[in-house]
Design a protein around this ligand. Structure first.
Ligand code: ADP
Ligand code: MG
Ligand code: ZN
Length: 631
């Protein structure tokens, strides 16, 4: 058993922290126990009352008779009822109980005294009765119906009783505890935000020095790089309230609600100045108005956006309100938002480099018990392209694996497995691949690996595996760059195409037939070839120019729109050139693999046996095969 429990962090709540959920009475346990209590109370009351009814109800004349016969032991007299016990006993030997309805009888007291009956008088003003039947039960009933209705409406999309009054939704979290200590790898952004912090700490002083504060600061960068985190850290560092809302929250089913919310948000913020208003996922409202991407429901969004512009223009920075916003799609934002006096300052929060990744890992492993062999620098090297959120995930996943393996500390192995899980998806527990298919996948992956170690600019092979992972990956070859790259040369791109084709060509050679397994490889190879021709000007025939006017999302890498700006002849040439790159690469790979057939066979056989090979093992097998050949 591990002595030390690992601290496993639950996934960080997004900015939801600041968004109190409107609770219906059914979600609040307090309401529930109160209801329960009242019901129990009512139940006992009825129970008691019904016990009372078990008394024998007798006519008043009968009561008079008992009285005159000296048979009444004691009684309680009230306006509407006389109850009491008789001196007669019932079958079980207990005194008989009775109740009767009295007349207006002036001589009753006299009679009672005469016969020595012990009597009490009670007024019928039953406050308990009144309370329960007059107030509590009807109110409960109303609450129940109201709860039911609002739940129904809630599930229909909007709480219509609250239109335009969403004050409850936006809360100043008094203090975010996040500081720059919790953020790493984005030093430049931190540096730029330093000024905002200074300003928030002391707006008057800042202004006296002639400082001019921008109203809006836009954080742009790929998802998961820590934009939301940075915004919180700014509030934390400056020690000011943090009002946050996500762009998508503004968009409601009812027209006008979004705009009302914007107004509310700014109203509240103004009262708490200095403070930060943070609008996450700004692109959800800030899209180009009437742009090519707008589909349906535009009125609401445009109204919201207009209101936002009005508010930003209308407030005075000297009060100390700063609007921060974040987006990963700056290219689709409405130009009006980016104009001077609005979000005119943009801060790029980019993917972390090697050092940044190491620093981020340090933050996220500070609560973990690390084994001595763990070198965060090495782990950072193994995770090119991963962003802060991924790295947080890696650390968490490694801790979970270590705990599951009953280790006392998280080891390098745990980190490696965690990285693979994050990059390639979770291993499939049930390997349902048949023998035939396994054979084929082994050849396919060996093909990739062999080409990767052969071509001059191929990045070192780190691992080859034929254990299915994630969605649809039957096997994979993992390469790791020696150092971070920001440019790619034509030769490097051609080598990449060759590595991608390696799997398909290995299948051709070994089976004389191809499978569907290469689809993704072919797609990627074609895309590289297409970019070489159309975007990078790497085709001699078409020359150093670009074809097609594209709007590419700089952080997501996806093309959002494309205008064709070339002739039909050029289109034909482009097709030809892409085709030529692929065919020539195919021939090149065929030559490589034919020449190294022994290596390919041995690699595939070993891979099929062991299912996973490390980079070193791959090298060994290849040298072994070469030696055999020369024997
Ligand atoms: P974004 O808003 O850019 O999509 P988030 O700020 O929501 O990314 O990041 C999600 C989580 O990932 C953070 O809560 C934090 O745990 C981790 N994270 C992301 N970037 C960093 C970073 N630069 N330094 C430390 N942790 C980070
Ligand atoms: Mg975010
Ligand atoms: Zn492949």
């Amino acid at each position: 058993m591990p002595k030390k429990a690992f601290r496993i962090k639950p996934p960080e709540p997004e900015i939801e922290v600041n968004k109190p959920r409107e609770q219906s009475m059914w979600q609040n346990p307090w309401n529930f126990s109160l209801l329960y209590f009242i019901l129990m109370f009512a139940f006992f009351y009825f129970f008691q009352a019904s016990l009372g009814e078990q008394r024998q109800v007798i006519p008043y004349s009968q009561f008079q008779e008992y009285l005159n016969n000296n048979q009444v032991a004691e009684c309680v007299v009230s306006e509407k009822k006389i109850t009491g016990t008789l001196k007669i006993q019932d079958e079980k030997g207990r005194p008989k109980l009775f109740s009767t309805v009295p007349l207006k009888d002036d001589v009753l007291v006299k009679q009672l005294n005469q016969h020595g009956v012990k009597y009490t008088v009670r007024y019928d003003d039953n406050w308990l009765n009144n309370l329960i039947f007059g107030w509590i039960l009807p109110m409960l009933f109303i609450f129940a119906i109201w709860g039911f209705i609002s739940r129904r409406l809630g599930s229909m999309g909007g709480n219509f009783l609250n239109i335009g009054k969403h004050k409850a939704r936006i809360h100043a979290s008094e203090q975010t505890k996040v500081t720059f200590e919790d953020v790493a790898g984005v030093e430049e952004a931190e540096l730029e935000l330093e000024e905002v912090i200074e300003f928030l700490k002391n707006p008057q002083y800042f202004q006296r020095l002639g400082g001019h504060m921008p109203k809006g600061v836009l954080l742009v960068g790929p998802p998961g790089t820590g934009k939301t985190l940075l915004a919180k850290a700014v509030a934390g560092e400056a020690g000011v309230p943090f009002f946050s809302i996500s762009g998508s929250e503004f968009i409601e089913m009812f027209v006008g609600v979004g705009a009302a919310r914007v107004r509310d948000l700014f109203d509240q913020a103004r009262k708490k100045a200095p403070c930060i208003i943070f609008i996450d996922e700004l692109d959800a409202i800030g899209r180009q108005r009437g742009g090519p991407l707008s589909v349906g429901g535009n009125d609401e969004r445009e109204q919201t956006l207009n209101q936002l512009l009005v508010e930003i223009d209308g407030f005075d920075t000297s009060k100390g309100v700063v609007v921060l916003a974040a987006t990963n799609r700056p290219e689709i934002l409405d130009k009006a938002l980016l104009r001077a006096g609005r979000f005119d300052r943009q801060i790029v929060v980019d993917k972390p480099d090697l050092q940044g990744r190491e620093a981020i890992l340090k933050i996220h492993t500070k609560d973990l018990e690390l084994a001595n062999d763990v070198d965060l620098h090495l782990i950072a090297r193994r995770t090119p392209g991963l962003v802060g959120a991924d790295l947080a995930n890696v650390a968490n996943e490694a801790a979970i694996l270590a705990a599951r393996r009953r280790r006392e500390a998280v080891t390098t192995k745990d980190f490696e497995d965690a990285i693979e899980r994050i990059i390639a998806g979770p291993e499939k527990k049930h390997n349902s691949m048949g023998k035939e298919e396994k054979h084929r996948v082994a050849y396919h992956e060996s093909g990739h690996a062999l080409v990767a170690v052969t071509v001059p600019t191929g990045e070192p092979v780190h691992k080859v595996s034929i254990i299915p992972r994630g969605v649809g990956a039957l096997g994979y070859t993992l390469q790791l760059p020696v150092k971070e790259k920001f440019l790619a040369t034509k030769l490097e791109l051609l080598d990449q195409v060759a590595i991608l084709l390696g799997g398909r060509v290995a299948e051709e050679l070994a089976f004389g037939d191809v499978s569907t397994g290469a689809q993704n490889d072919l797609e990627r190879a074609t895309e590289i070839a297409h970019k070489m021709v159309c975007d990078f000007g790497m085709s001699d025939k078409l020359g150093p120019r670009t074809y097609g006017k594209k709007t590419v999302s700089p952080f997501l890498g996806s093309v959002t729109t494309e205008d064709r700006n070339y002739s039909d002849e050029s289109a034909e040439l482009i097709d030809q050139e892409i085709g030529r790159i692929i065919t020539e690469s195919h021939q090149r790979v065929l030559d490589i693999l034919q020449e190294k057939r022994q290596s390919l066979d041995l690699l595939a056989r070993t891979l099929e046996e062991r299912e996973v090979l490390s980079g070193d093992e791959v090298e060994e097998i290849i040298t072994e095969a070469v030696e055999k050949k020369t024997d």
